[in-house]
Design a binder for this molecule. Structure first.
Ligand code: SIN
Ligand code: FE
Length: 295
């Protein structure tokens, strides 16, 4: 695979303001078609007082991310308290609001259904840390959350590289979702009878895991544990420099973060029905491959 196969570069340099309809269309088609939208000239600007947060110890202890819950305003994982914590939360909130306005303007068809989820700050260098295989996002994977079943809802993420020191964010992008699912589905075991209900009663999940969520977790884990696939599977390596932004459906696009520090990220959820091309979603692809309804 070549970087051009997996990345669509778009000449947009403003977070708000009109985007021509033909560019909107190109963005939506590429995004739902499983490409990473790359905005080389879309920097998130820090205020002077915020540059002090560009410190790898901004996340507390073993945490690699700081996160903001936009509904409660609660900041998690930060090494700061009091006024400093409030200032960092305000920076994440500003990024989250800009990101939300941007997605609404870029793909107006999403606006009514777009749900803003967590905002995160990722200060810590990705390289050279130790992770368990399952938590190692340096390995190709599709995103799936063990505790939060999505029942087919999409995971859309917008990132900005805010590194002050030239550090590139280095990614690897893998094969198209349908190829990936066809390759790994046969290895995923069916859940045990009653497993979803029992896990939910035990508080291991926030809602019962649907068949869809079971398969997505299975794809996530099977890909990470397959050393041969990680070493030799189809892939293209791409980099995102400081002052650029990018956006991708991480439930659909196989991705791995190989290096970099100081990124901001905003997660969104969307229902399958909000898509321009619902047939390309992981839910519909998995339903075609398994021949059954999964939610
Ligand atoms: C991931 O979503 O797997 C990591 C992406 C990143 O932090 O660059
Ligand atoms: Fe991921």
């Amino acid at each position: 695979m070549k970087p051009e196969d997996v990345v669509e570069t778009l000449p947009i340099s403003e977070w708000s303001g009109g985007i021509p309809p033909e560019l909107q269309r190109r963005a939506a088609d590429a995004l739902e078609g499983g490409k990473v939208l790359f905005f080389p000239d879309l920097p998130f600007r820090l205020e002077a007082a915020e540059t002090g947060f560009l410190d790898q110890t901004a996340a507390s202890g073993e945490r690699k991310n700081v996160s903001l819950d936009p509904r409660t305003g609660k900041l998690g994982g930060a090494a700061y308290e009091g006024e400093e914590a409030r200032a960092l939360a305000a920076m994440l909130e500003r990024f989250g609001q800009q990101a939300t306005g941007f997605v609404r303007g870029l793909i107006p068809a999403y606006a009514a259904e777009l749900e803003r989820a967590r905002t995160s700050f990722r200060p810590v260098e990705v390289k050279g840390r130790s992770y368990s295989t399952r938590h190692d996002d340096r390995l190709l994977h599709v995103d799936a959350f063990p505790t939060r079943p999505l029942a087919g809802r999409r995971i859309l993420r917008l990132f900005s590289n805010i590194a002050p020191d030239g550090a590139l964010r280095e990614w690897r992008v893998g094969e198209p979702f349908a190829d990936h699912a066809a390759r790994f589905l046969p290895r995923i075991r069916a859940p045990l009878p009653g497993q979803a209900m029992v896990m939910n009663l035990l508080g291991l999940t926030k809602a019962p895991r649907t068949r869809y969520d079971h398969l997505m977790m299975g794809l996530h884990d099977q890909a990470k544990y397959d050393g041969d696939y990680q070493a030799n599977g189809p892939r293209a390596d791409v980099t995102f420099p400081p002052n650029s932004s990018w956006m991708v459906y991480t439930d659909q696009v196989l991705h791995a973060a190989l290096g970099g520090r100081f990124a901001l990220e905003q997660t969104f959820h969307l229902p399958v029905e909000a898509m321009l091309h619902p047939e390309r979603t992981p839910l519909r692809v998995l339903e075609r491959l398994t021949g059954r309804a999964l939610v």
